[in-house]
Write a protein that binds this ligand. Sequence first.
Ligand code: 13P
Length: 251
Amino acid sequence: MRKPIIAGNWKMYKTPAQAKALVQEIRSGLDQTVLSGREVVLCPPFVDLAVVEEAVRGSGIGLGAQNFYPKEEGAFTGEVSAPMLKELGVTYVIIGHSERRQYFKEDDDFVNQKVLAALKNGLKPILCVGEMWSEREANLTEKRIETQLAGGLKDVSPEVFSALVVAYEPVWAIGTGKNATPGQAQDVHRFIRGWVAVKFGKELAENLRIQYGGSVKAENAASLLTQPDIDGALIGGASLTAGSFLSIIKY
Ligand code: 13P
């Protein structure tokens, strides 16, 4: 049985003080019964990580980062390494988000370097894939996803594959209020699992958690998350207030 993983990607929102307040509100709305059936992860900006780590301690809520640089250390001004994140108590890291691909020109090769570096350092990658609207219209969705999976997962060995989470985030659904329909999302999730089965074997594919992301909110969470191949959500806007995030967790 795959345990759903509900992650909040806070993007570039929340100062440390705001982050602390939000975590306290989320914590007070969660009990162990809910957390026994779901894995909940918060992915705040780097500068909030220490505060959030302290605020979630003992709650069962996990900590993720939104990015890192795939070198152990070195003269890379402004960057943050995997060992630094590990020491702060980070367990997951988002890799290949469409905003990083679009605004910071990260390609599949760089995404792959990050996936390999994360795994080597014991961080669990949340690998994001997703097509643009023009690609969907041109019937190129599966081709796009396959390219991103093959590029991002190059040289990943089956021995470490189980640490991975994949997030399907159609670019046209991110921050637009226009989510993929449960059917559209399920089709792509099934395709991803099928691709992984061919490359890494049926068992790893069956155990792989595939999150959906893109305008997930309290109102559509249940219909998306009850699809057979959807194993959680990666949430942007609706993770920034405790009420909406909690409603999604309790879908
Ligand atoms: P929204 O939930 O704001 O559409 O963002 C989705 C996302 O990009 C999560 O990584």
